[in-house]
Design a protein. Sequence first.
Lengths: 351, 234
Amino acid sequence: MIEVKHLTKRYGDKQAVNDISFKVEKGEILGFLGPNGAGKSTTMNMLTGYISSTSGQILINGTDILEEPIKAKASIGYLPEIPPLYVDMTVDGYLGFVYDLKKCKLPRKAHLNDVCALCQLSNVRNRLIRNLSKGYKQRVGLAQALINNPPVLILDEPTVGLDPNQIIEIRTLIKKLGKSHTVILSSHILPEIQAVCDRIIIINKGVVAADGTADEIAKNITNEHKMTLRIEGDTHTAADKDKIVSAIRKIDGVKYVRADMEREKGIYDYDVEAEEKVDIRRALNQMCRENNWNILMLQLSDLTLEDIFLRITSSDIQVPRSDESSAPVIDLNVNEKGELVATEKQNGGQE
Amino acid sequence: MGAIYRREMGAFFTSGVAYVFLTVFFLLSGIFFYNGVILSGTTETSNMFGSMFIIVLFLIPILTMKLMSEEKKNRTDQGLLTAPVGLWSIVLGKYFSALTLFIIAESIVFVYSIILGYLGNIVWTTLLGNYFAMLFLGAGFIAIGIFVSSLTENQMASAVASMLVLFMLYLLDTFAANISNETLKKIVLSFSFYSKYIEFTRGVFSLPSVVFFISTAFLFNFFTVRVLDKRRWG
């Protein structure tokens, strides 16, 4: 239905989109996820023929958007980031204009009624768009995209500015539309993508960072198992915390341990990550029994889409290495009791 | 093209641009008609039409200032450029809407001619010649105005810049008068709108002038199409 091959867009020497390729089949809802400035809108603008690509090819229903733009555009409904609304028109007047603009052949009155009912605009049809709330404007934008019933829908952040009820309505609507249409929607709201989309493409700095269902992406990203533990130590003080952390660290297969907040008095939570296919729960129990500690809670937490997203989009941030100049400078002094005291001097002369 | 034409016509009236344009046009042309024709005790309208050049020059930018610039500013161009219509349809839809309003405005001369009919004999051929001269002039100027409007997102900048461009075209004759080199003078004069227009108002029908005005309209609409096209490749 939609085929994108090696799509690239350069603005001067800035690479906005770099060699993106993907395919979307009929009836699929594809989510475009990425931080702001990742190239989501640029890609969508290229898919709809608003801007051209520097290189690469886009086929909509087998039609090249640059070679036969009018034919290709006829099968796309597009809701841009800022809905293209003429605010001095009424909702009805505007949708009628779009109907004419798209040279729609469907029965006029019935089709406009359908679209308005679908987007819940029926009670504002005679109002000026200027006077509508942001949520309604967004829905008029969506209605505009649905006119002429195009087989492909491209929606750039469709739920921005809507209240929670409306967001749920729009999501339900998109899901419903997804059964008969090919839908691409972009968002930086993770639960939205997770709730609506069959497949996710994570795009970061102009390249596809991941492509697949949420579970597939999660599997590819990591094989680790995360869990959150609440362990009661024997003294109910902060000293427990260090003991417990070092004890957990000694268990085979544990990769990462971090003490979290004090959840109950003197009792702390611990985030633990184990290596692939290593089940450390029994070893944990064993350890606690030996030390006379109690496990009050054990919660397995799989990677959420949020974790995946953060990992992918921040993976190219280099961890700064400490070299000589950034290494802490230690002052050694002998205090009045004759003990050796080491104090860390911050660079830049801070206390 | 039809959809864009109808929307622009509606927008002219809902935004009030049409009322301002028509009022000012009727008022100023009425003053010229009263002073230049009625008070002079003549049915000769050529002088009146001659003076109208400057009104057309300053009023057309008001008509065209928003046509492209507002679309870009409000991002509504995204709706047009992703709809299954060609760039020519977009530009011509807008162009003809402005031209229609201009024709409505200048048709006021038929009201004047009815008044004149009571006072004396009208030379209809001159009047019609003048009417079409103004139509062709407007056709050229509107295309220039739309082109300037496509270069900016600010409608005021668009209006001022178009007025400036059209005024410079008006001054071409004055520039030409100061040029001593005959060939250069001829070249400069060949771009003069004013001399071609005045020729018409005196009752001389000149086909090359008609071709000149229509070519200007075509050329600047073509430029506007190129501007839209180029933006996609930017």
